[in-house]
Design a protein around this ligand. Structure first.
Ligand code: GRF
Length: 197
């Protein structure tokens, strides 16, 4: 049975593009929705160009009322009947109430080697710490931010002349490899972590 995948974005959606492009042929999943919290997210046009239905639930009118925003978000998401939800550059923190609805079938990609550097500015923090390597992690989403079971990691070397921008760009290349690989395995019912060298 083909699994239906909803992808959440807030920006350019490069990870979303990689995921959508991977769901072809004998892949056990297909995209059913790309949804954003911002109407001007560049990824929305990319999703439409690839024939994926899109939706927007702008978080700003809710003025910090997370429960009301998430109630609207869940209604729009549920209408697409997803089996799997992928957060991909989605920049809103979701409450335990929303996560609880989908826990066990919601994934996120985070630009660090979790459990290191939960939260923001991960590349700058890795540089400040003098880490020799950095990377990205795909994990199941749980109510605790950036904390769920790890489903995959990809590592990159940190170079002496790296800036947060150059390091982020190197990590992003690996994100685009890792997330599709994890989604394919997850959609086939296999939670064995994928560790890319
Ligand atoms: C990426 O660094 C990703 O790790 C983070 O958001 C950034 C932009 O992602 N979650 P995308 O290009 O919008 O997929």
């Amino acid at each position: 049975m083909t699994r239906r995948v909803a992808i959440f974005i807030s920006g350019g959606g490069s990870n979303m593009v990689s995921l959508v492009e991977s769901m072809t042929g004998d892949h056990p999943a297909r995209p059913c929705l790309v949804i954003s919290n911002l109407p001007d997210a560049g990824g929305l046009a990319k999703a439409s160009a690839m024939g994926v239905p899109t939706a927007v639930v702008d978080h700003r009118p809710f003025k910090g009322d997370r429960a009301a925003f998430e109630a609207e978000l869940a209604q729009v998401v549920d209408a697409a009947r997803p089996d799997i939800l992928c957060l991909a550059g989605f920049m809103r923190v979701l409450t335990g109430g929303f996560v609880g609805r989908y826990q066990g079938r919601m994934l996120n990609i985070h630009p660090s080697l979790l459990p290191k550097y939960r939260g923001l500015h991960t590349h700058a923090r890795a540089l400040e710490a003098g880490d020799a390597e950095h990377g990205c992690t795909v994990h199941e989403v749980t109510p605790e931010l950036d904390d769920g079971p790890i489903l995959g990691q990809a590592r990159v070397p940190v170079l002496a002349d790296d800036t947060p921008e150059t390091l982020a760009a190197r990590v992003l290349v690996e994100e685009h490899r890792l997330y599709p690989a994890v989604l394919r395995r997850f959609a086939a019912g296999d939670r064995t972590p994928i560790l890319l060298p």
